[in-house]
Ligand binder design. Structure first.
Ligand code: SF4
Length: 370
């Protein structure tokens, strides 16, 4: 619980509602280590979760919270079962309502595009669902087929558009590295997502999970994953593209769960994947330096924030190692100029010329070269 401002309380359904016998080839929700949360134990689970938050929140700092149904296909459950979950959650929430420092803001439901229609959306609207998360994974028909998703690209596109038309907040999930999903296909997937314009996105580079169909194929040498570096580059590309288009990336990488990470047979299952991808993005700054400065001059690089400086240096100093032919000096301090903090300032040793880069400048530089 990193912040008391807004907290998402996850309720994991572990494949509940997923089409029977048709589990997607990359998926094994059971590997997360937990039992699916049943409706009859939800009230107890939530009361404990909320009470644990309050124990940490010793100063009663005001916060809002929502309850999210993840890890299955929530809207494929019949309305009666969905109602059991909503009712149990409301029973837990109603006990907290007298405590003025916290406010329940609604539900969030994760599902698949083929379990979205007008009836379902009307039902969700009537039950205080505010955000719908759709595991689209790709908009390419052949990639969806190979992943065993059981729907086509039009279904994915139409579902997203319909959700938006009902006024829900929309989160779309994309994967990279799926069977047959080349870099060009992934770039088109990312562009399609931008064209739809969801509020949020999650990017999941493929990790091969023990117990999944893909895990079996991998062990039988029928599937070879693409190198981690390629998938991190694609994750970085999508992060940059989405941010430039006002889409908030709420996750890059697999589920934040160490048990789950232990079940990964192959793929970039790094806990700090997002920071690694940021290193890749900031590697583009060195292309800019090469374009702007003569070789052999000492280049001074400053950043307004320490984390930006860390991205510039790179995960395990990757950017320094890649550019060890440049004569670089880093300044680790906040920079003020007419009260403005620069994202990155680059100059030669005699301070002429000096270039100021904004974060969008850096994101664009990475995308252009991709
Ligand atoms: S990826 Fe989503 S829809 Fe497919 S089996 Fe896993 S939880 Fe169900």
């Amino acid at each position: 619980m990193s912040s008391f401002k807004h907290i998402i309380i996850p309720v994991f359904l572990n494949n509940s509602g997923c089409p029977s016998g048709g589990r997607c080839v990359f998926c094994n929700q059971a590997a997360s280590g937990g039992e699916p949360c049943r409706a009859d134990s939800l009230e107890t689970y939530l009361k404990k979760y909320i009470s644990d938050i309050d124990k940490l929140n010793i100063n009663n700092i005001e916060y809002t919270f929502e309850i999210a149904f993840y890890g299955g296909t929530f809207t494929a459950l019949d309305f009666e079962r969905q109602s059991e979950y909503f009712d149990a959650a409301r029973a837990a929430v109603s006990e907290t309502e007298n405590a003025g420092h916290k406010k329940f803001t609604g539900f969030r439901a994760a599902t698949r595009p083929d379990y979205i229609d007008s009836d379902i959306l009307s039902f969700l609207k009537a039950n205080e669902v505010k955000t719908i998360e759709i595991g689209v994974e790709s908009f390419d028909g052949a990639v969806l087929d190979a992943a065993g998703r059981g729907y086509g690209s039009k279904t994915a596109f139409d579902a997203a558009v319909l959700i938006k038309s009902y006024g829900f907040k929309l989160s779309l999930h994309l994967m990279c590295g799926l069977i047959g999903q080349s870099r060009d296909i992934f770039k088109k997937d990312a562009e399609t997502l931008v064209a739809i314009g969801p509020d949020y996105a999650r990017i999941h580079p493929l990790c091969v999970i023990e117990g999944s169909k893909l895990g079996d194929m991998y062990k039988e040498k029928k599937f070879t994953p693409r190198p981690d570096t390629e998938l991190i580059e694609e994750t970085a590309y999508a992060m940059a593209l989405f941010e430039l288009n006002g889409i908030k990336v709420i996750r890059a990488g697999i589920l934040e769960n160490d048990n789950f990470r232990k079940e990964v047979l192959a793929g970039p299952a790094y806990a700090n994947l997002r920071e690694i991808a940021e290193s890749y993005i900031h590697g583009a700054v060195y292309d800019y330096i090469r374009e702007k400065f003569e070789r052999g001059r000492k280049i001074l690089i400053s950043a307004g924030l320490e984390k930006t400086l860390n991205y510039l240096i790179g995960y395990k100093k990757i950017n320094i190692k890649k550019n060890n032919d440049l004569f670089l000096e880093f300044k680790n301090k906040m920079l003020y100029n007419n009260e403005r903090i620069y994202y990155i300032l680059i100059s030669a040793e005699n301070n002429e010329p000096t270039y100021a880069l904004t974060r969008p400048d850096v994101l664009k530089q990475y995308i252009i070269k991709f």
